[in-house]
Ligand binder design. Structure first.
Ligand code: GLA
Length: 505
């Protein structure tokens, strides 16, 4: 039967009657039992094929395409790492219904290529609700601390990894110093059951049992979804199922939700983000379980002005971090918020229960030096950022442990007053920040962004501590340092930091 069909179809091609006009889906299987779907809207004119690919929030125009001798070929230019453009080729014949794509990196994926529809590629729009203020859920009065699977495991994370991280969070001592959330990021999803409830894929056979296990360690568990039809990795999103999903998370025992915009982009404008996020904020409150609400829409549309109004406890302020100095340097100090503001520009938007989130920690993932990781931990603490470790907690060196578990630095992050840090002085290579703390002391961070060791100098009066007898503690050296007179001058390593806690005697 297959052979007959194949022959029939190729005959059609040969006679020039093949018609690829319309919507197609290319489905590639993944070994967790799911498949990734990419939609194409193709147009044919003679042998020439044009069209667009729909993928997540992207729509890409084909760079070339044709049908010849029963074979279909088309290609796309795709933005790769570091702005490089690579070509993805798609080849196959419609008779067999199989297509193979080869990326510039040489990876090959084969899958089925079938007729589909615009509705499947982009589900019909559901109007966003009218705006109202979602009541505060009362959670996380200081920035959430824990671990998230994405930076280290990405799409490979399994339930076993999550259990192992819960074990390691306790055995390493991290739980004792405040880390509590064990968060599963994208790729746990399968689809929906007959009632429309979310289901888990092979890597997460029993979410309730996993949550019970994490709870049995005295920890809390987080999960991930998004307001669009698909998540960023192309898995099932919560679109049109918000209340049902929130209830299911509550039934599993979930304590934290990261909610990632991604494919919602195909349905809603940035101006509608607030209403769309409010929908899940309401749903979580109605779920019957306290669930921390983490917004992830990369800082767009001035989220720091409305994140708390939709019930958000934290909101991402930038695109994704990576384990490299240039990424840390840009997100931490640059105009990485909507390409316009720095983290410090928006620091006063925070209050207990509502935090800016410059993304998860890369400490311990191997791409940066100890000094860079100490700067990462110090800056995130000065910013009152969530401290979500993103490394493999089973294999931490003593140095990495000393960074993630520096209780004196954690105390700055977790300061109850949640007052914003301010810039004391700044030039191209160094920044001095000061953050007032609840006990009247001031955290002072001397950051060296340059590629060589630098001397950073300043005055105590510029920090508001002029004319006072001061006591200063170096939070990385764990010792009191002597202070006299109004000026100070400190040598700070390349890409490094000196972090002090200073109080007037
Ligand atoms: C986006 C988010 C990341 C991660 C991935 C998962 O890129 O910004 O933090 O959650 O999606 O697909």
């Amino acid at each position: 039967m297959r052979i007959v069909l194949a022959l029939f179809a190729s005959v059609l091609f040969l006679q020039g009657q093949a018609d690829v006009n319309g919507f197609w889906v290319f489905r590639t299987p993944v070994d967790d039992g799911t498949s990734r779907e990419t939609f194409f809207d193709l147009k044919q004119s003679g042998q020439q094929v044009t069209g667009v690919m729909f993928q997540g929030r992207r729509r890409t125009t084909l760079s070339e395409g044709w049908i010849a001798n029963g074979k279909l070929h088309f290609a796309l230019n795709v933005n790769g790492q570091g702005g490089a453009v690579r070509v993805a080729n798609y080849d196959g014949d419609l008779a067999s219904g199989r297509l193979t794509t080869t990326t510039a990196a040489g990876a090959t994926f084969t899958g089925v290529f079938e007729r589909s529809s615009l509705e499947k590629a982009v589900p019909p729009r559901i109007a966003p609700p009218a705006l109202h203020d979602v009541p505060d859920n009362g959670l996380v009065r200081t920035p959430p601390m824990g671990w998230n699977s994405w930076n280290k495991f990405a799409g490979r994370v399994t339930a076993e990894d999550v259990r192992a991280m819960a074990d390691a969070m306790v055995s390493s001592g991290m739980a004792k110093v405040g880390y509590v959330y064990v968060n599963i990021d994208d790729t746990w999803e399968l689809g929906r059951d007959a009632q429309g409830n979310p289901t888990t894929n092979k890597k997460f056979p029993d979410m309730k049992a996993l949550a019970d296990y994490v709870h049995s360690k005295g920890l809390k568990i987080g999960i991930y979804s998004g307001p669009g039809p698909k998540t960023c990795a192309g898995y099932e999103g919560s679109y049109g199922h918000e209340e049902q999903d929130a209830k299911q998370y509550a039934a599993w025992g979930i304590d934290y939700l990261k909610y990632d915009w991604c494919s919602a982009d195909q349905i809603y404008t940035d101006d509608e983000m607030q209403a769309v996020y409010q929908k899940m904020g309401d749903a979580l409150l109605k779920s019957g379980r306290p669930i921390v609400y983490s917004l992830c829409q990369y800082g767009r549309n001035g989220v720091w002005k409305w994140g708390a109004k939709v019930g958000g406890n934290l909101w991402r302020t930038t695109g994704d971090i990576s384990d490299r100095w240039d990424s840390l340097n840009r997100i931490g100090f640059g105009q990485a918020v909507m390409n316009k503001f720095t983290q410090l520009d928006i620091a006063s938007a925070m209050k207990p229960g509502a935090f800016n989130d410059p993304d998860m920690l890369e400490i311990g993932n191997g791409g940066m030096t100890g000094d860079e990781y100490r700067l990462h931990m110090s800056l995130w603490s000065m910013l009152a950022a969530p401290l979500l470790a993103g490394n493999d907690l089973r294999t931490m060196s003593d140095e990495i442990k000393s960074i993630l578990m520096n209780t004196e630095v954690i105390a700055i992050d977790q300061d109850k007053a949640v007052k914003p840090a301010k810039i004391v002085s700044e030039n191209e290579t160094s920044v001095v920040l000061a953050r007032p703390l609840a006990d009247g002391s001031i955290a002072v961070g001397l950051f060296n962004r340059s590629d060589a060791a630098a001397t950073i100098a300043g005055t105590w009066s510029a920090i508001g501590l002029g004319g006072k007898q001061l006591e200063a503690r170096d939070l990385w050296a764990h010792q009191v340092i002597s202070v006299s007179g109004d000026s100070f001058s400190v040598t700070v390593p390349r890409h490094g930091v000196v972090l002090l806690r200073v109080h007037a005697k």
